[in-house]
Write a protein that binds this ligand. Structure first.
Ligand code: ACO
Length: 325
C-alpha cells in the first residue's frame, strides 16, 4: 500500500504588488529585484484576511479535487510562520472554516520547510494507522510580518496557501522518501525577535521594530544552496531511485539564483526544475504546494511521475521528499 495525493489546491490573493510599485515604496529598482531574485511581482492579502482565510480557500479546492467531504478528514496540519494568533492554532481555524469536525488539527513551525515536515508527519500518521485521510497545508500571510521600509526583505516575500490531501492507496502512488534536517545554531540568520516569551510585546519592542522579520540574506544564500542540494540528493537516495527517474524538482522559491545553483549541484537541467517565483515571490511554507499544484495543472507532471520537493528556511530547517504521484 502506498500514499496518494488525492486532492491538491492553492490560493493566491488577487492583489498584485509589482516591482515597479515597490520602487515607489523603498529605494530599489525592478532591475535589481529581477536580476538578484527572479521576482517580478507577488500577491498581497487584504487587511481583513488572515492566514487561515487563505488556507481555507486552498483547502476547499483540494477537497473538491479529491471529491470527498470535509468530514472525511482525520487530521489537518498547517505549516506556517504567520499564524492567525499564538493560539488557537491556524489548523483549528481551518478545521472550523471547513466544518471538518472529525479532524485533529495542529500547526507546525518549521518556516519554509514546514510543508515538507508536514508531509513527513502525515506519512507517519497514515502508515501507523493513526489517520486515514490527512490534509497538509502551507499557508502564509508574510505581508503581516514584513517591514515595508526594509528593502532587504520586503521585495522578497508574498502571501499564499497550498493544500494537499493524502490517503492510503493500492495504486503505485507513494511518498517514497522524506529527509529532514535542522541547525538551530544558525537560527539568528532569519527570525522575528519580538512578540514571543523572549521579548514579549511592549511599546519598546514595537518602537524598535522587533516584530518584523530580520534576515542575513548573504549568509543564508550559501547555506540554502548546500542544504537544498544535499537534501534532494538524500531524498533521491533514500527512495532507491536515481536523478534520472525524477521528472521534476520542485524547490522552495526563495531566489532564482539559489534554485539555479541547487540545479547545478544536482546536475539537473533547469527545464527539470519548476519555477514560479517570478509571479509570487517567496511565500515560505506555501511555495512548494502551490508550485506542485501549478506543475500538475500545466501538465508538467502527471500520475505515475516522480517529483522531488525540496525546501530550506528559518530555524534553520531543511528537507526533501520524493513522491510518485
Ligand atoms: N534594492 C536595491 N538594493 C538592495 C536591495 C533592494 N531591494 N536589497 C539590498 N540591496 C543592496 C544592499 O544594501 C547591498 O548594498 P551595498 O553593497 O551598498 O551594501 C547590495 O544590494 C548587495 O546586497 P547583498 O545582500 O549582497 O545582495 P545579494 O546578492 O546577496 O542578494 C538577497 C540579496 C536577494 C536577499 C539574497 O542574499 C538572498 O536571496 N538570500 C537568501 C534569502 C533566503 O533564502 N531566505 C530564506 C528564506 S526566507 C523565509 O524563510 C521566509
Amino acid at each position: 500500500m502506498g500514499i496518494e495525493i488525492i486532492g491538491i489546491g492553492s490560493y493566491l490573493p488577487e492583489k498584485i504588488l509589482t516591482n515597479t510599485e515597490l520602487e515607489k515604496m523603498v529605494d530599489t529598482t525592478d532591475e535589481w529585484i529581477t536580476t538578484r531574485t527572479g521576482i517580478k511581482e507577488r500577491r498581497i492579502a487584504k487587511d481583513t484576511e488572515a492566514t487561515s482565510d487563505l488556507a481555507i480557500h486552498a483547502a476547499k479546492r483540494a477537497i473538491k479535487k479529491a471529491n470527498i467531504s470535509a468530514l472525511d478528514l482525520d487530521a489537518i496540519i498547517v505549516a506556517t510562520i504567520t499564524p492567525d494568533m499564538f493560539f488557537p492554532s491556524t489548523a483549528c481555524f481551518v478545521q472550523k472554516g471547513l466544518g471538518a469536525k472529525n479532524a485533529a488539527a495542529f500547526d507546525i513551525a518549521a518556516a519554509c520547510s514546514g510543508f515538507i515536515y508536514g508531509l513527513a508527519i502525515a506519512k507517519s500518521f497514515i502508515n501507523s494507522d493513526t489517520c486515514k485521510t490527512v490534509m497538509v497545508l502551507g499557508a502564509e500571510k508574510l505581508s503581516s510580518i514584513v517591514d515595508w521600509t526594509d528593502r532587504n526583505i520586503c521585495v522578497l516575500l508574498g502571501d499564499g496557501a497550498g493544500a494537499v490531501i493524502l490517503k492510503k492507496t493500492n495504486s503505485t502512488s507513494d511518498i517514497l522518501s522524506t529527509y529532514l534536517g535542522a541547525d538551530g545554531n544558525a537560527g539568528d540568520l532569519l527570525y522575528i525577535p519580538g512578540g514571543g516569551s523572549r521579548n514579549p510585546a511592549t511599546h519598546k519592542t514595537v518602537d524598535e521594530r522587533l516584530h518584523y522579520m530580520k534576515m542575513e540574506g548573504n549568509k543564508l544564500f550559501k547555506i540554502a544552496v548546500r542544504a537544498m542540494a544535499d537534501s534532494a540528493k538524500k531524498a533521491i537516495e533514500l527512495a532507491g531511485i536515481t536523478r534520472d527517474d525524477v521528472k521534476l524538482i520542485i524547490p522552495h522559491q526563495a531566489n532564482i539564483r539559489i534554485v539555479e545553483a541547487v540545479a547545478r549541484q544536482l546536475g539537473v537541467p533547469m527545464d527539470k526544475v519548476f519555477l514560479n517565483i517570478q509571479k509570487y515571490g517567496n511565500t515560505s511554507s506555501a511555495t512548494t504546494p502551490i508550485a506542485l499544484e501549478e506543475a500538475i495543472y500545466e501538465g508538467k507532471v502527471k500520475k505515475g511521475d516522480i517529483v522531488v520537493l525540496v525546501a530550506f528556511g528559518g530555524g534553520l530547517t531543511w528537507g526533501a521528499t520524493a513522491i510518485r504521484l
